[in-house]
Design a protein around this ligand. Sequence first.
Ligand SMILES: Nc1nc2c(c(=O)[nH]1)N[C@H]1C(S)=C(S)[C@@H](COP(=O)(O)OP(=O)(O)OC[C@H]3O[C@@H](n4cnc5c(=O)[nH]c(N)nc54)[C@H](O)[C@@H]3O)O[C@H]1N2
Ligand SMILES: Nc1nc2c(c(=O)[nH]1)N[C@H]1C(S)=C(S)[C@@H](COP(=O)(O)OP(=O)(O)OC[C@H]3O[C@@H](n4cnc5c(=O)[nH]c(N)nc54)[C@H](O)[C@@H]3O)O[C@H]1N2
Ligand code: SF4
Ligand SMILES: [Mo]
Length: 744
Amino acid sequence: MSRTALRICPLCEATCGLSVTLDGDRVTAVRGDRDDVFSKGFICPKGVAFGELDADPDRLTGPLVRRDGVLQEATWDEAFAAVQAGLRPVIEEHGGNAVGVVLGNPNVHTVAGALYPPVLLAGLGSRNVFSASTVDQMPKHVSSGLLYGDALAIPVPDLDRTDHLVVIGANPLDSNGSLCTAPDFPGRIRALRRRGGRLTVIDPRRTRTARLADEHLAVRPGTDALLLFAMVRVLFEEGLVDLGERAAHLGRADEVERLAADFTPEAVAPLCDVPADRIRGLARELAAAPTAAVYGRIGSTTVEFGTLTSWLVDVLNILTGNFDRPGGIMFPLSATGAAPRPAGPGRGFALGRWHSRVSGHPEAKSELPIAALAEEIDTPGEGRVRAVVAIAANPVLSVPDGDRLDAAFASLDFMVSVDPYLNETSRHADVVLPPPPPSRSAHFDFAFNALAVRNQVRYSRPLLPLAAGTQNQPDECEIHARLILCVGGQDGADPGLVDTMVIDRTLGKAVADPNSPVCGRQPADLARELSGLTGAERRLDMMLRLGPYGEGFGADPEGLTLDRLLDHPHGIDLGPLAPRVPGVLNTRSGVVELCPEPIAAEAARLRGRLGAAPDGVLLVGRRHLRSNNSWMHNVPALRGGSNRCTVHVHPDDAARLGLADGGLARLKGDGGELEVPVEITDAVRPGVVSLPHGWGHNRPGARLTVAAADPGVNVNQLNAGRLLDPLSGTAVLNALPVLLTPVP
Ligand SMILES: Nc1nc2c(c(=O)[nH]1)N[C@H]1C(S)=C(S)[C@@H](COP(=O)(O)OP(=O)(O)OC[C@H]3O[C@@H](n4cnc5c(=O)[nH]c(N)nc54)[C@H](O)[C@@H]3O)O[C@H]1N2
Ligand SMILES: Nc1nc2c(c(=O)[nH]1)N[C@H]1C(S)=C(S)[C@@H](COP(=O)(O)OP(=O)(O)OC[C@H]3O[C@@H](n4cnc5c(=O)[nH]c(N)nc54)[C@H](O)[C@@H]3O)O[C@H]1N2
Ligand code: SF4
Ligand SMILES: [Mo]
C-alpha cells in the first residue's frame, strides 16, 4: 500500500514543500507540494532525489566506536559511554576550552542543530567554537552586528516586489538562494523581468543567473568593495542620496561620504575591470528605480574585504532609500523569533571580546575562524584543543588546508562526530553517532524563516517512525541531548531533562520580562500547557507561543501554537514582509550605526589597494545545481553531466598557457598543488579559473562507495588558509592567486 505525506525539503535554503510517496518504509516518488503556502509546487533535482539520498546504503545505521584503533559497530549505550569516557578526562584535566566544537552547515537544516548546540556550548563553556560560518556568511553577521546591533538581523531583498535586483557574487539559479530563502528563486527572477523589472548580476563568471540578467558585469574577483565604494561616491557626488522614510533611524551619512571620497569610478575601474561609466550608470539606475534591492552572497563574503563588502551592500540600499521598505531590503519576522524591541538604545554588538590562542584572531559572534582550527590543535602549549566534538561538519574538505586538519584530527586525544556518513572528517572520530535519515526526522526552519522573502511557518513531523532493529535508534535531538549529558558527566540520565531545563529557563525569563505577554505568570503553569510528542516539539510549541504571532499562553487565543500549526500541513502564510525599523534595532545609539569604527579602519586598508596593478590568475569557486557542499557526491542520481570536478579556463588563457580541453592542468596555490581536468569555456572571464569545492573523496577509511569511484580533488588544498577577512575571521576562498600550467 502506498501513501503520500508532506515534508519540507532539508537539502538547501529554499525550504520547498515536498509531497512524498511511500511504499511501506520506502520513499518511491517525490513531487513538489502544490499546496505549500510558500513553495507552491516548486522542486529541484535534489528534492526529487530525496528518496535516494534518504536510502543511501552507505548511511550508517548504528554508532561506531573505535576499539584497538578500528571503528567497530556498537550499541548506543556503549557509544555514549565511550563519549563520556573520552571527553570527561579532557575536561577535568584541562577545562572545557580543551574541547573544540565544530558545527557544520547541515545544523541549520535540522531541528537538533537549531535547538541543542547552544545548550552544549553553554554546558562546555569552551571558547574554541568553529563553524561553517567562517567559510561562509560571518561577514554578513558582523556587518549586521555593527549596523543594526544584532548579528542575526540580516535584511533580505524583497524579491517579489522589487523593480531592480542587483546580485553580487551569488548564483541562485544553481544554489537556489542563500541568506534569502525563496523557493523557486529562478521563477521569482523571471517574474521580476516579466513585470518590467531589471536584473543586474556582478560575477566574474557568466553564470546561469547572469544569463537571465539585463546586464552582467564580469568584475575582477576580490574587487567588489572598490566597485561598491565608487557607486557610493557617485550617489553623493551627483546628489542622488535619498534616505527615504527611515531617515530618522539612521546615523550620520556624511561619514560614509568621507570614507568614499578617494574611490572615484576612474580610480577603481582598472582594478575592477568594470568601465567607470558603467559604475556611474549602475549607481544612477539604483537611485532612479522606484524600488531596488542589492543582494550579495558567497562571492561578496568569502573574500579579503568580506565584511566591508557586506556593509557596502546594505549601505547602497540605505543611501537609495531602499532600506526597510517594500521592494527594497527588509527584515523578515519569524514565528519563533524575538518579538520587536521597544525603540531606543539597546545592548549593541561587540567584536573581538577574546582572541584565538595561536594567531590572536578576534572572536566574532562567539566563534573563532575555522581556518585556524588545525593550528589550535597542532600547536603545542597550554590551552591547546585536545578533543573535538564535530556535528554535521566535514572541515577536512570544506576548510583551507584539509591535509593539515586531517593530520591534526588524527592527533587528538578524543573525537566524536555526529554524522550519517563515515567520511573524510568522521573517519577520525573515536565515536561516530549517526542521526536517522530525513524521512525519520521532524523538520522546522528555525534559521531560514528569519531569512525568508515571505513570512510563513511550516512544520513536518517524521514521515516514518525511527527504524526498529537498529537497537533503538534515537532521533538526532536525543543524540544531541545525550551528548550534552555526557559532557556534564551525566550519561544515563533522562535526555528529556535537557529540554525540561531549557523550557524552565526560557519561561523563567519570559515571566520576568515586562514586555512579555506572560509577565508575572508561573513558569510551571505555563510548562504544563505545552503540547508535543517530544521534548523538541514542546520547545517548538513554547517558542511559537512566545513568538511574535504566538497565542502568548492565552493572551491571544487566535495566535500560533504547535497544535494550530499541525492543523495546517501545507503551512500558514503570515503575509508579505513589513517594515521593522526601529523594532529590529539593538544598537547602543538606538539608530542604524552607519559608520562604525572597524568599518572605517577597513576602508582605510582598502584605500591602500588603489593603484596596485593586478596580475596573475585568480581562482573562484562554483556550485552545481545537483550538489551540496561535500556530501551529495554519493548519490548516483546527482552525479555526472556537468556536475564535475573540472577547472574552468577561458579560451584566451588556455591558448596562452597551452591548455587543452579535457587535458590536465596543474594548479598551485600557497597551500599546495593539484592536477585537474580542464574544461575550456568563456563562462569564466579571462584571468579567472573556477573549481568547485567539496570534492576529494579519496582518503582511506571513508565509506562513500559511489563518491570514491570518481573522487575529484579538494580545491581547498590549494589554500593555506592564512588569508582571512580580518573583522569576521572568514577564510578567503575566492580571488585566490594560483599558478596554472599544463601537465604534459
Ligand atoms: N573552496 C570553497 N570552500 C567552501 C565553500 C566554497 O564556496 N568554496 N563553501 C563553504 C560553505 S558556504 C559552507 S556552508 C561549508 C560547508 O562545510 P561543512 O558544513 O563542513 O560541509 P558539508 O559538506 O555541508 O557537510 C557537513 C556534514 O554534515 C553531514 N550531514 C548531512 N546531513 C546531516 C544531518 O542531518 N545531521 C548531521 N548530524 N549531519 C549531517 C554530512 O555527512 C557532512 O559530513 O563549506 C565551505 N567551503
Ligand atoms: N546546488 C547547490 N546549492 C547550494 C549549495 C551547493 O553546494 N550546491 N550550497 C549551499 C550553501 S552552504 C551556500 S552558502 C549557498 C551559496 O549560494 P551562492 O552564493 O549563490 O552560491 P555560489 O554558486 O557559490 O555563488 C557564488 C558566486 O560568486 C562568484 N564570485 C566568486 N568570487 C567573486 C568575487 O570576488 N566577486 C563577485 N562579484 N562574485 C564572485 C562565483 O563565480 C559564483 O558564481 O548555496 C547553497 N545552495
Ligand atoms: S530547491 Fe532546495 S529545498 Fe527546494 S527541492 Fe531543491 S534542494 Fe530541496
Ligand atoms: Mo554555506
